[in-house]
Design a protein around this ligand. Structure first.
Ligand code: MN
Length: 244
């Protein structure tokens, strides 16, 4: 099986080098997201010789209000990578000023990516799907992966119509929304992720190889074999990357 982990915080494991070694050994295509521009160079260095991992430049929405001053640094680093994340909006906070800071940061990042073109974004949208989709607009010149999507079926349909992909993880499989999301979104739009080490599976922080459990769940939902499900996700990932 060819495995894809479209959203993993490789730099936040206690031993990133060990996780990276497993990724290389198993050939798991991984987008290594980061939460702040200040840690991007270290992540970039960590994966510089990797065949399978691509470093993503991010500014997590939950950090946006305290790290907005790092925004110029992020925009300056944009030319160094095709991958951007973790970025987005998180409206768990009810603090108006924090939400406003998130919107300023995300809008600036989207604008920077739109100017550059061809970027691949992994986007957080908890309780903020309408504003995330509005910020991206209908003609964003790049690719968007909505990571750990928890919006409604209608919001999922709208996001898919805007061209978004959805990366799904082991924690989502136990939620009542899982069946609905997978039933709503066409399988060509689904990718796998772990969001490790934040997501736990079987009592331990999820590692990229744990996307196997997601592939198994997708196969069940799609009514196909696990090999077919993993091939489907691989094809979608290649299409996202613009591979011929
Ligand atoms: Mn994450």
């Amino acid at each position: 099986m060819r495995l894809i982990d479209a959203h993993c915080h490789l730099d936040l494991y206690p031993d990133p080098a060990a996780v990276l070694a497993t990724i290389e050994q198993r050939g798991i295509y991984t987008i290594a997201v980061t939460n702040a521009p200040v840690v991007f160079p270290a992540c970039q260095a960590l994966v510089s010789t990797s065949r399978f991992v691509r470093p993503a430049l991010g500014l997590h929405p939950e950090l946006a209000h305290e790290r907005e001053r790092e925004l110029p640094r992020l925009l300056a680093l944009l030319s160094q990578t095709r991958y951007v994340g973790e970025v987005g909006l998180d409206y768990v906070t009810t603090e108006g000023a924090d939400r406003a800071a998130q919107r300023r940061v995300f809008a600036a990042i989207v604008q920077g990516c739109a100017l550059a073109g061809g970027k691949i974004l992994t986007v957080h949208s908890r309780r903020a799907v309408p504003d995330v989709l509005a910020a991206l607009g209908d003609r964003f010149p790049g690719q968007v992966i909505l990571h750990w999507f928890t919006g409604s079926a209608r919001q999922a349909e709208r996001a898919a119509a805007q061209g978004c992909y959805f990366s799904v993880n082991p924690a989502m499989m136990t939620s009542p929304n899982w069946d609905r999301l997978i039933a709503t979104v066409s399988r060509e739009r689904i990718l796998t992720e772990t969001d490790g080490p934040f997501v736990h599976t079987h009592g331990h922080p999820a590692q990229p190889a744990d996307v196997v459990s997601v592939t198994v769940a997708l196969a069940k939902q799609w009514g196909c074999s696990e090999a077919e499900a993993s091939e489907q996700v691989f094809i979608s990932f290649r299409r996202l990357l613009g591979a011929p």
